[in-house]
Ligand binder design. Sequence first.
Ligand SMILES: Cc1cc2nc3c(=O)[nH]c(=O)nc-3n(C[C@H](O)[C@H](O)[C@H](O)COP(=O)(O)O)c2cc1C
Length: 400
Amino acid sequence: MNCIVLGVTGGIAAYKAVDLARQLVLRGFEVKTIMTEHATRLIGPATFRAITGNPVARSMFADEGEPMQHISLAREADLIIVAPATANIIAKMANGLADDLLSTMLLATRAPIMVAPAMNLEMWRHAATRANLEVLRTRGVRIVGPESGFLACGEEGEGRMTEPDLILEAALDILGITASMEGRTVLVTAGGTREPIDPVRYIGNRSSGKMGYALAAAARRMGARVILVSGPTYLQAPQGVEVIAVETAEEMWREVMAREEDCDVVIMAAAVADFSPQARKSEKIKKDGREGLTLECRPTRDILRDLGQKNRPERVLVGFAAETGKPVENAVHKLHAKGADMIVANDVSTLGSGFDSDFNKATMVYGDGRVIDLDLMPKIELAARIWDAVIALLEAGETR
Ligand SMILES: Cc1cc2nc3c(=O)[nH]c(=O)nc-3n(C[C@H](O)[C@H](O)[C@H](O)COP(=O)(O)O)c2cc1C
């Protein structure tokens, strides 16, 4: 669940769609805009492009890029929002017309659709519009608004597009993001660390950062302020998230400790090196004349344990344990040794799960002894499950 396709049609409220796009982007959604020809007469595509960071799709026969955008966008979308929705697009949708990119894409999709009508009072009251809306409603299209008020045409009455924050709320509801983390600050670590051996080599690990990034994006969608302390990865940072890039375990320790006090939740999803070379050589270690190479290593600082020692009842501390055998036993031990509230254990030897995979099979081990075994699922879904568990722990902590 990632991509929202925003259809903008030729209503005066098209300017409000800019704010909607911004709010969606700030919640961590990937937003792809389709504008009708008439919409581009009212507002420039460059504005949507700048806000969403994505090109604006306008034509079925684009000269550049994807040749079948009506299909690719229809498939990519997890939700389609048409805002503002003119009387025209509502009529086209009700009758299955497909004479431009937006209407064709709407016919080609299986994603949920939401429309936010906006029009002149008489257009809104017209029997044709009423009948068309009824058709859409019975097909499961979610209709948000319109509201009453002063209309651009000078009349007063029903026809104003619902404000973007309420459209966002409805979108979150459709996507099943009902829990709110508004007002909470969370810190998530992600990726693997790199411990330098010499200027060109390091000790690293196979962590991709996908789990931590999925957790950060999910928390942002629920409205939390999110700090993501990340080791090197090739992943794109989720929108609206404060990213602190680090390389070594020591740097990660420093950046986490500098911020942990302000956080309601800390989730350590990073794979932090347990050992680091004793001393980084200032020059590249040469192969010539060597029979072998022995590295002298020292243990790194234990971020989870140091956090556990400072944990507060109203704060939730979650660790991850990547194991290659007996994950639950190891997680129970880790939980008590580090003072965490929950450990998410995963057996990285499971086929199709763990490092660099988009899937994970995990077990949630709680401080109160509960052990919840989860099925193999996409990391994005697992992230949502973990946040549900964390929110329950936060609420329990607040009533303690
Ligand atoms: C300045 C202006 C404002 C308009 N506002 C609306 C509107 O709010 N709602 C609406 O249904 N049509 C509105 N229209 C008419 C539509 O642009 C027109 O019906 C057009 O065919 C819609 O095409 P589209 O649905 O492909 O964007 C407006 C037209 C103009 C010139």
